[in-house]
Structures are given as structure tokens and as C-alpha cells.
Design a protein around this ligand. Structure first.
Ligand code: ZN
Length: 242
């Protein structure tokens, strides 16, 4: 079974379209949350995701904030400004769709969470120590997470006490072995200094994790952010990749 794994679309429709076109036919699509926030196309992204066949989609922290489930006091000023805009722009139908998304799902050998299996909506797995402790919170062969916008893999600590991180760009081959935490990176706002949209194809029959980058019209999205009066910082960061 070939599965397209996407995360952190952040209302960036051109990036999402580029990923779906580059991925080609797949058996299923798993979206790890944060459909909205930051970007200028929240309703369009919800509608595009919703119509994908054989889709499993999770709730991210920005989706939860857009629904008013959680306060936005701990968002920085710019993130807060675009979140207020998203809340006012999302249609009732989009909100209803987001409202029924689960926080965590287990699909056979794989656990899916937006941030971490320990704290699905909120926790960032940014380094080995946090990754290590999260291995105790899932029992499946693999756990897929997003949230950090960084494509990376963590190998089971295997008694060493430290989960070994491997940047997607540094991998020698596409094989994966139980147990691992896998992050496909972000479709709509990559933060690894590479502006291209990030995604993965997970082949569960072969235990293969193929990571891809695809270019999209970054300038067009930047113009739309500025035209709508959204924070300029969110336009700049798209071409810088942070
Ligand atoms: Zn995000």
C-alpha cells in the first residue's frame, strides 16, 4: 500500500496542489493536521483535502485554534493576527469539517499524531530527548508526526537511551525499520531553509519512506498574503524556508 503523507499545509493551496500532482496515484492519503493558519487559502485547502479519496486527516493546533478550542494567547503577534483572520474567513462548512477531525489515529502498524503520541496536538518533537521519551507512548511499528515543519526520522533508542535523529536529506537509502518516528516536513511552510513543499510516500508493503520536495509558485502565495493584509513576515518566510 502506497500512502501519501502530508502535514502542515497551512492554507497554502498552490503548495498542496503541487504535492498532489507530484505524488501521483496513491492508495491512501494521510494528513497530519494544520490545514489552516498562516496562509491565504483556508477554505480552499479544507475543500481540497476533504475531497481526497481514502483520506485520514488529523486535527492540528492551528485547526484547533481556528475553531476556538484553544486560546491564541501563546501565539506570537503575527501568528495571532493571521489566526484571527482565519477564524473570520473560514466558512461554517470548513469549520464543521475541522471540528470532526480526530487528534490521533492508529492505522494497522502506524500511529498518526500531529505533534507527538504523548501530547498529539501540542508537543514538538524537535530533538532526541523528546523523541526518546515519546517511544513509550505508541506501540505500533511506526509513529508519524508533523508540527515542527522539519523532515526528520528518529530511530528507536534500542537500549542506548537516545533516539537517533536522521535528517531526511542525509539518508542513504529509503528503507525504514521498526520502530521509528517519521516526520514528512511541511507542505505549506517548510522551516528547513528549503522553500520547496515537503512530503513523503510511505510504502507499507516494502517498509520504504520516500521523502520528496516539489517547487510551487511561492511568489504567487506571497502576493496573496500581502494583498489580503496578512503579516508580511508570513510571506517572507515562505521563500526563505523558516
Ligand atoms: Zn504547523
Amino acid at each position: 500500500m502506497r500512502v501519501l503523507v502530508v502535514s502542515d499545509i497551512h492554507a497554502n493551496l498552490p503548495a498542496l496542489e503541487a504535492v498532489l500532482a507530484a505524488a501521483g496515484p496513491v492508495d491512501a492519503t494521510w494528513c497530519l493536521g494544520d490545514l489552516v493558519g498562516y496562509g491565504p487559502y483556508p477554505n480552499e485547502c479544507v475543500e481540497r483535502i476533504r475531497d481526497i479519496p481514502n483520506l485520514t486527516c488529523l486535527l492540528g493546533n492551528h485547526d484547533a485554534a481556528a475553531l476556538g478550542y484553544i486560546g491564541i494567547d501563546n501565539f506570537n503577534l503575527d501568528a495571532r493576527a493571521s489566526m484571527v483572520w482565519s477564524q473570520n474567513t473560514l466558512s461554517e462548512a470548513s469549520k464543521q469539517y475541522l471540528a470532526q477531525l480526530p487528534e490521533q489515529v492508529v492505522k494497522e502498524r502506524v500511529t498518526l499524531a500531529h505533534g507527538s503520541p504523548r501530547n498529539p496536538v501540542w508537543e514538538y518533537i524537535l530533538e532526541s530527548r523528546t523523541a526518546t521519551s515519546n517511544f513509550d507512548y505508541f506501540t505500533t511499528d511506526y509513529c508519524l508526526v508533523g508540527h515542527t515543519h522539519l523532515p526528520i526520522l528518529y530511530m528507536d533508542p534500542n537500549g542506548t537511551g537516545h533516539a537517533r535523529p536522521i535528517l531526511a536529506a542525509d539518508r542513504e537509502n529509503n528503507r525504514v525499520t521498526p520502530r521509528m518516528i517519521l516526520n514528512p516536513g511541511s507542505v505549506g511552510q517548510p522551516r528547513d531553509r528549503d522553500s520547496r513543499a515537503s512530503f513523503a510516500i510511505f510504502d507499507l508493503a516494502e517498509d520504504r519512506w520516500d521523502h520528496y520536495r516539489v517547487e510551487y509558485n511561492v511568489a504567487g502565495v506571497q502576493q496573496q498574503i500581502i494583498a489580503l493584509g496578512l503579516p508580511v513576515r508570513h510571506a517572507i518566510r515562505l521563500s526563505e524556508g523558516w
